[in-house]
Design a protein around this ligand. Structure first.
Ligand code: RP5
Length: 162
């Protein structure tokens, strides 16, 4: 299976990004996590994205906050799908990150999930990889069935207590 690259702009993004890493682990998806900043290490961002496909990655997930250009910059240098996680920043509740990430110019798509939507980024990456991996597709089916059963159980408990 191809690897997922999980890139964060700063170690301060890690508490949110951990939810993404945990979900990838649960699905047995191989990944690498790195701190690369579009602004503080632009050459590294260029080199990583340019070589990501040749280095065995199938999807790139990029988490960044504030002026969150990381996902867009990585997407500029690769044809791999890039998923962006806008991180909730201290001053604008993540709206700054969301808009920086989601408003990409035509030609360079970034699939942006919700503010701090790290688990969904992992699931979306998994769904992309599952297009060519039946075992992973089965795990995603099981995940959905488990979620459904969980909600039905909560409904049963709610109505028991009413
Ligand atoms: C962004 O700036 C990072 O992704 C992070 O969310 C934010 C703040 O970074 P630090 O100043 O905490 O390193 O580039």
């Amino acid at each position: 299976m191809k690897k997922v690259a999980v890139i964060m702009g700063s170690d301060s993004d890690l508490p949110v990004v951990e939810k993404c890493l945990n979900q990838l682990k649960k699905l047995d998806i191989p990944y690498e996590a790195h701190i690369i900043s579009a602004h503080r290490t632009p050459m590294l961002a260029h080199d990583f994205a340019s070589n990501a496909k040749a280095n065995g990655f199938g999807v790139i997930i990029a988490a960044a906050g504030k002026a969150a250009h990381l996902a867009g910059v990585l997407a500029a240098y690769t044809t791999l799908p890039v998923i962006g996680i806008p991180i909730k920043s201290s001053t604008m509740d993540g709206l700054d990150s969301l808009l920086s990430m989601v408003q990409m110019p035509s030609g360079i798509p970034v699939a942006t999930v919700a503010i701090d939507g790290a688990q969904n980024a992992a699931l979306l990456a998994a769904q992309m990889l599952a297009l060519s991996d039946e075992t992973l597709a089965g795990k995603l089916e099981a995940f959905k069935a488990e979620m459904e059963a969980g909600v039905i159980e909560k409904d049963r408990k709610l109505n028991e207590s009413l």
